[in-house]
Design a protein around this ligand. Structure first.
Ligand code: ZN
Length: 204
């Protein structure tokens, strides 16, 4: 009997150990869980690191964007001036002058690139409100060549050059704040020229 008891104990011991083994067998499934957190833990920091770097570059992007806006505030070279030409065919080289709204002053560098004298094919640049063109042109004709085709003391004229002949040039500078008040135009007031020689000043 003692031997049988021992066998039972052994059997129980075997069963227990088998059970433990079974438990041990089931535990390997569990170790996977601790194992994956480790894997996750190792990947997560990477992910957050990537996020951090993305955020960092996004911040850099914002910084770059704000820098660009900052540098765009003062107008770039060429936005606050223009080369305007007039020729012997009674033409300006452009029908529109674009002025950057960020410019404080805007300069028109005008050159008569033709060869004819100003008595035959003279050109000037007169800047006035578009709505004042007809009145300015009418008075210009009355003023005549002696006054460079601009009525003396004409308050509708924001800026003007002298009447120029071939090869001559002159620059005029405009107050951009003034240009913003109304649509402005530029034209040549030499008799008969303003119908063709005119253009709009556009603020952008
Ligand atoms: Zn002209």
């Amino acid at each position: 009997m003692k031997a049988a008891k021992k066998h039972i104990t052994l059997a129980v011991g075997l069963l227990l150990s088998m059970g433990l083994m079974a438990c041990n067998d089931s535990t390997p499934a569990a170790p996977e869980t601790p194992a994956s957190p480790v894997a996750e833990a190792s990947t997560q920091p990477e992910a957050s690191a990537t996020e951090a770097s993305t955020e960092a570059s996004a911040h850099e992007g914002h910084a770059a964007a704000s820098e660009n806006t900052a540098t765009a505030e003062p107008a770039k070279a060429g936005e606050c001036d223009i080369e305007l030409t007039g020729n012997d065919a009674m033409q300006f080289n452009t029908k529109e002058i674009v002025v950057a709204s960020s410019c404080k002053d805007f300069t028109i560098n005008f050159k008569h690139i033709g060869k004819q004298p100003k008595t035959a094919m003279g050109h000037n640049v007169v800047v006035t409100k578009t709505s004042d063109i007809n009145g300015v042109v009418k008075d210009a004709a009355a003023a005549g060549a002696a006054h460079d085709f601009v009525k003396e003391g004409d308050e509708r004229v924001l800026a003007k050059t002298k009447l120029l002949g071939g090869g001559e040039s002159e620059s005029i500078t405009l107050d951009v704040a003034k240009l913003k008040e109304a649509p402005y135009s530029y034209l040549c007031t030499f008799t008969g020229h303003s119908g063709v020689m005119r253009g709009k000043i556009v603020i952008k």
